[in-house]
Design a protein. Structure first.
Length: 428
C-alpha cells in the first residue's frame, strides 16, 4: 500500500510526466533517424515524399527549436509559480497541491522538454552528407503540437486563478468522494454490540504519528478472518494519531497475535492531510476559502456564498441517508471490522459551524446560509431533520445577538422559521 501511494505521488508530480515525455521523444528521434539513414527502402520513400533540406537550414531550424523550447519552459514554470502565489494568497495555501497535480501544466512541460530532447538528438546527426528529412520535419510537427499545448495551458492558467472555478472543482471532488463511500441500499441501523466477540478485548497501538490518509479495510478483514477475530477501529480517515495511541480494539480471541502488526500496517500515516478518499478534508477546503473571503482584510461575501451553494450540493447526498455502512465482512461473509466512516453530523457540523460563526453579523451571507439549509431540508432524510433544526436554532441565536437592525433581523427570522416549518412538516 505504501509503495502504491508513493508511486501515485510520483506519477502526479512535476517530474514524472516531463521525464516520460523526454524518454518518448528520445525513442521517436532514434526511430525517425532510423527511417532516414537506416532502412534503404524507407529512406528512398522519404526522399520522394518530403522536399530536400539544406544542412545549414536544418541545423539552424533545430537549433532555434531547441533554444526556444527551453525559453518557453522557463516561462511555463514562471507562470505556474505565479499561479501558486495567487492561489496561496487569494484562495488558500492547502489548495497548492491541487495546482501541482494539474495535468495540463505537466503535459505542456513534458512536450517542451520532449521537443528539446528530440531536436538535440536530431541536430547531433546532421552533417554535410546526411540531412535526416523525416526527423527534421518531425521536429516541426512536434513544435506545432507544443504550441497548441501552450495555448491550452495559458487558457487553463486563466481559469485556475478564477476562484469560482476552483470552488467548483473542489466541490466536484467532494461529491465524487461522497459517491464512492455512499450506500444507496438503505439506512439500516447497526449496533456494534451485536458483533463484538466475547472474552477479553485487546488494544492495538499505533506505530507512528501522522494523519490517517488510508485505511485498508480489506487487509484488516483478511487478517481478522485468519485470526477469527473482530476488529473495532477507534480512529478514522483524516484523524491525527501519535505513536502509541490506541487505534483499534480486537475481541473474540484469547490473544492479539499477528493483528498487532497487521492492523498498523493497514493504516497509512502521512505528515499532511490530503483530499484523497477524505471527504471531510474537501469540506475543510471549501470552508477555508469561505472564511478567508469573510475575513476583514478581504470582505468578499459573494465568494463565501459560492462556497455555501457548492457545499449544499455535496451535503445533499449524505443527508438523503446514504451513509457509509460501518460494518465490513471478509470474503466468507463473516463480520470482521467495524469502521465508522465520516458521519453526517460531522460533515454538516464541519461545514455549517465555521460558516455560521464567521458570518455572524453579515446579513447577506447568513441569509444565504439559512436558505441553503432550507434547500437541504427539502431533500434530507427524516432522521436528519433534528440535525438541520439544531443548526437553524444556533443561527437564530446568533441573529438575535448580532443583528441590530430590526428589518434585517425580521427577514432572517422569517427565513429561519420557514426552514424549521419545512423540517417539522417532514421535508420535501
Amino acid at each position: 500500500m505504501t509503495a502504491v501511494r508513493a508511486w501515485s505521488r510520483l506519477v502526479r508530480s512535476f517530474v514524472a510526466v516531463p521525464a516520460l515525455f523526454a524518454a518518448i521523444a528520445f525513442l521517436l528521434a532514434i526511430g525517425a533517424l532510423q527511417v532516414d539513414i537506416g532502412d534503404r527502402g524507407l529512406s528512398d520513400l522519404v526522399v520522394r515524399i518530403l522536399p530536400p533540406v539544406n544542412p545549414d537550414t536544418a541545423r539552424t531550424l533545430l537549433s532555434v527549436i531547441a533554444g526556444s523550447m527551453m525559453t518557453v519552459l522557463s516561462l511555463v514554470y514562471s507562470l505556474t509559480l505565479i499561479v501558486f502565489t495567487l492561489a496561496a494568497g487569494n484562495i488558500g495555501p492547502r489548495l497548492i497541491e491541487r495546482f501541482t497535480n494539474d495535468r495540463t501544466t505537466q503535459v505542456t512541460a513534458g512536450l517542451l522538454v520532449g521537443t528539446f530532447v528530440y531536436a538535440i538528438i536530431v541536430l547531433s546527426r546532421i552533417d554535410a552528407e546526411v540531412v535526416p528529412r523525416s526527423a527534421t520535419f518531425g521536429a516541426l510537427l512536434l513544435t506545432a503540437t507544443t504550441l497548441v499545448s501552450l495555448i491550452i495551458f495559458i487558457r487553463s492558467v486563466a481559469e485556475r486563478v478564477s476562484i469560482d472555478n476552483e470552488i467548483g472543482r473542489v466541490s466536484a471532488q467532494l461529491v465524487a468522494e461522497l459517491e464512492k463511500i455512499a450506500s444507496h441500499e438503505g439506512t439500516e441501523e447497526l449496533a456494534i454490540e451485536d458483533y463484538r466477540g466475547g472474552g477479553e478485548s485487546h488494544a492495538v497501538k499505533s506505530t507512528g504519528s501522522g494523519y490517517v490518509t488510508t485505511l485498508d479495510g480489506p487487509a484488516i478483514c483478511s487478517a481478522a478472518g485468519e485470526a477469527d477475530a473482530f476488529v473495532e477501529m477507534t480512529i478514522g480517515l483524516g484523524e491525527f494519531v501519535i505513536k502509541g495511541q490506541e487505534i483499534a480494539v480486537v475481541t473474540g480471541v484469547a490473544g492479539i497475535g499477528d493483528l498487532e502488526h497487521a492492523i498498523p500496517r493497514a493504516v497509512i500515516l502521512d505528515r499532511r492531510r490530503t483530499s484523497e478518499a477524505d471527504a471531510e478534508f474537501s469540506v475543510h477546503l471549501l470552508v477555508e476559502i469561505a472564511m478567508r473571503a469573510l475575513s476583514p482584510g478581504v470582505n468578499d461575501s459573494y465568494t463565501a456564498i459560492a462556497c455555501i451553494d457548492q457545499l449544499t450540493a455535496a451535503l445533499a447526498l449524505p443527508l438523503r441517508g446514504y451513509a457509509p455502512p460501518p460494518l465490513h465482512k471478509d470474503s466468507d461473509g463473516q463480520p470482521r471490522l467495524w469502521l465508522d466512516g465520516v458521519s453526517v453530523e460531522t460533515l454538516v457540523g464541519t461545514a455549517v459551524h465555521p460558516m455560521r460563526r464567521a458570518s455572524a453579523g453579515n446579513v447577506t451571507v447568513t441569509l444565504r446560509l439559512v436558505r441553503a439549509i432550507d434547500r437541504l431540508a427539502g431533500v434530507t432524510h427524516a432522521s436528519h431533520h433534528p440535525l438541520l433544526a439544531k443548526h437553524l436554532g444556533l443561527i437564530f441565536d446568533d441573529v438575535r445577538r448580532e443583528i441590530a437592525n430590526d428589518s434585517d433581523r425580521e427577514e432572517l427570522e422569517t427565513a429561519i422559521a420557514a426552514g424549521l416549518g419545512k423540517l417539522n412538516d417532514g421535508g420535501g
